[in-house]
Design a protein around this ligand. Structure first.
Ligand code: AQP
Length: 339
């Protein structure tokens, strides 16, 4: 099978590990939505198997997070008519292929992953085996669909390189051209949204400080307050992007503005260059509220009917298994598994 014979297919996922952030939205979901209308089949996933790798979640919390994430996808514009929407654990071929990939990936490859090093921290002995194996499961998520393209934020670039390495090693070991070498899609002005409190740290749903992030469920007052209090420096905004060098907090707010308004950073700076943060922050807050408020109210409406969300995910799992079951079966045949 040559690479050109793969159906153009997009897969990506988000962990139901807490509320959705503006980082998830600008780095991933906005692109998920636009790719639905390009020449791809699109599959989007709540990766609940990944969400239990880092810390214990109460079952009720995981259930709520998963439904809230599904509501966030749909409210942001992902249509269950155009895309397959699934919860990872309900499509068992993800975990089955992950086991095969645990036997393809090397310990050394996994140990070099910066997410593993960041999340395990100094106490790797206490981290779960699942956290270490996270990237092999992510490779399985993608390759069990023979996905050709994966839209993600900048932080996932290394995991996608590992996905390519796993596919290439499998193909080489078994002398086949079975798994595609997937292309990452890392595009837009805000592929790495940083914490509002520290411009050197990624905005993250698990950051202990709620002030560090904008949650997709924040109301207008909370959004405005967090932006007003966002860390900045005392200088005015520059008129060109190179003036943001060594100003991580200023760069972050400008990137967020550019991502939300769908303009380039240069275009934004042509408009706002010379402004003090006292002028720029209210503009940014108004823009964020205008873009996010309709999404958060639609999320709340969808969350009032969890049975409908479950129905959409059950239908998605059925559709997904039509793709994943034959790919897993063929994988087993290639490996020599009989039955
Ligand atoms: N700050 C960010 N900027 C740009 N993109 C981001 N993404 C996450 N944070 C940012 C992108 O969102 C997608 C899903 O990420 P995830 O939730 O599965 O895992 P994560 O990257 O580990 O996100 P968090 O918020 O930091 O989750 P926790 O705190 O649970 O670990 C990915 O495409 C990611 O690039």
């Amino acid at each position: 099978m040559s690479e050109t014979s793969f159906t153009p297919r997009v897969f990506s996922g988000i962990q139901p590990s807490g509320g959705l952030t503006l980082g998830n939205y600008l780095g991933a979901i906005k692109r998920f939505v636009s790719m639905q209308d390009e020449d791809f089949e699109t599959i989007y996933c709540m990766v609940d198997l990944h969400a239990i790798t880092a810390k214990f979640l109460e079952p009720e919390v995981l259930r709520r997070n998963t439904r809230e994430l599904a509501a966030g996808f749909i409210a942001s514009g992902i249509s269950p008519e155009k895309s397959i929407l699934i919860n990872q654990s309900q499509v068992p071929e993800h975990a089955q292929l992950a086991w095969i990939f645990n036997c393809v990936a090397r310990m050394g490859w996994m140990g070099r992953m910066t997410q593993w090093k960041d999340k395990a921290g100094k106490n790797a002995e206490a981290a779960s085996l699942g956290l270490f194996a996270y990237p092999a499961l992510m490779a399985a998520d993608i390759l069990v669909y023979h996905a050709t393209h994966v839209p993600v934020g900048e932080d996932q670039k290394q995991h996608l390189e590992l996905t390519r390495d796993i596919a290439a090693k499998f193909n080489h070991d078994y002398g086949v051209d079975f798994f595609p070498i997937t292309e990452p899609v890392i595009e837009g002005a805000a592929t790495r949204v940083m914490s509002l409190r520290d411009g050197s740290k990624k905005m993250s749903k698990s950051d202990p400080s709620d002030a560090s992030r904008i949650n997709m469920t924040d109301d207008a007052d909370a959004i405005a307050r967090k932006i007003r209090k966002a860390k900045t420096d005392p200088d005015a905004l520059p008129s060109e992007a190179k003036g943001l060098d060594d100003r991580p907090e200023a760069r972050n707010l400008v990137n967020i503005y550019a991502g939300l308004s769908e303009q380039s950073v240069d275009k934004v700076l042509a408009e706002v260059g010379g402004q003090q943060f006292g002028t720029f922050k209210p503009l940014l807050a108004d823009l964020a509220v205008a873009k996010l408020a309709p999404i958060s109210s639609e999320m709340a409406r969808l969350m009032d009917d969890p049975a409908e969300i479950d129905r959409i995910l059950a239908k998605g799992a059925e559709q997904a298994r039509e793709i994943t079951a034959p790919i897993l079966k063929k994988t087993y045949e290639i490996i020599g598994m009989v039955g």
